[in-house]
Write a protein that binds this ligand. Sequence first.
Ligand SMILES: C[S@@+](CC[C@H](N)C(=O)[O-])C[C@H]1O[C@@H](n2cnc3c(N)ncnc32)[C@H](O)[C@@H]1O
Length: 474
Amino acid sequence: MDSVNENCAAEVSALLAPLPIFQEQEYFKELIANRRCNGIEVKHNSTNGKGVYANSEFQEDELILKDQILVGIQHSSNKVDCLVCSFCFRFIGSIEKQIGRKLYFKNLGVSSCCDGVSSESEDDNKCMKYNGNEEQCGGSSSNHNSLPQEVVSSLMNNEIALPFTDKFPLPSPLWCPGGCQEVFYCSESCAKADWESSHSLLCTGEKSESRSREALGEFIEHVNDTNDIFLLAAKAIAFTILRYRKLKADHVNEKAKQTEPKQSLLLEAWKPISIGYKRRWWDCIALPDDVDPSGEGAFRMQIKSLASTSLEHLKKAIFDKECEALFSLEIYGNIIGMFELNNLDLVVASPVEDYFLYINDLPDAEKEEAMEITKPILDALDDEYSDFCEGTAFFPLQSCMNHSCCPNAKAFKRDEDRDGQAVISALRRISKNEEVTISYIDEELPYKERQASLADYGFTCNCPKCLQDSSSVA
Ligand SMILES: C[S@@+](CC[C@H](N)C(=O)[O-])C[C@H]1O[C@@H](n2cnc3c(N)ncnc32)[C@H](O)[C@@H]1O
């Protein structure tokens, strides 16, 4: 047992215990009211735990819910492809800047290069060491279609304007108020919300409220060398600590509640994370194909040890004695497991793709004129012109949706959905009281492959299609 687990075993168990049902119901009622998606409710069923249910009828293609991110990250490898707001994940800058910085990194030989969750390649490390300094544009070209460096620099620094980009305006990037120069925002309100939600503790700039900026730097270096998911877990912990401090300050101000025991404030602060379905990361992670089943025990120990090293770095950076239980390996493992088990892709379509499609659809004469300028750029970008923002996030309502291989809803962004929110629409008519299900995988796969894909989410599917297929396979 690690020393934190020993010191506060009871608190750790309380944090991991399921929320009393009435508290859970109250929490979701409030969340649904805030999200203004009153056609649904969250209920328990005897086989699959929590699920989302329709409490009114939905027609095919109708919007069921838009769910805001509780904590989210853009994959570090994706940062070279897309410049987005670190809080709402909207694209920022300008079409020229998006293209210029992408070509700049491409010319340096840095590109998106992994699945974004595990980050172990050489290139990836280069992506992650990018520190936002875009003023200098050097590096040698590795692409025979590459543009001259001066053009790339001018695009990146908004010194030239491409035709028709005024039809695709993007918010100007705002620097992090803490001075880290690593994250950018689309607005003051996003910068403030991110600062108050988690970034004040995780910022490496001079205004950082971490215990040690140096230790924070080491934590981030370890994340970059290993796995992005640790940064997401750190955000969940920072989010809870900051909520705890705010709740405590509110209670101190309200004299009558001064006697409130510390633990209930921590439980209250942790509530939004507590509702996520969890298991320990090293227990639930699917065994990779290249690991022999005989090595499973060693593999799981290795994963646990990796999490333990990451947590040691994080403790040095942001430890808070009053929230000590959050720094136990048990909690850290469960938070990471929660991200592993839920359906959490963060996706935002690129306005650069829209821009080139717009040019392509122009009337012939205008298209020809515009393409004299845009064609060399498109050639240099190659098929990467359509790269979108990718990340991982925790969506409190979407994460309650169970999987089905014959789903009645899907996560699908409409043209107007230009930020990181999850959008769920009906695939067919859904009747009142029916469970709303989405597919976590490609549901067209044959039965065995579907079950293999779902092993990543740690369960064997019991949807009607699987129940039928399993009896015909057996
Ligand atoms: C994202 S959570 C969904 C919400 C979850 N039921 C809860 O109680 O929080 C995913 C977990 O729900 C359960 N689950 C979802 N769909 C299922 C299905 N079709 N068959 C069996 N279990 C399912 C599994 O335990 C899975 O790991």
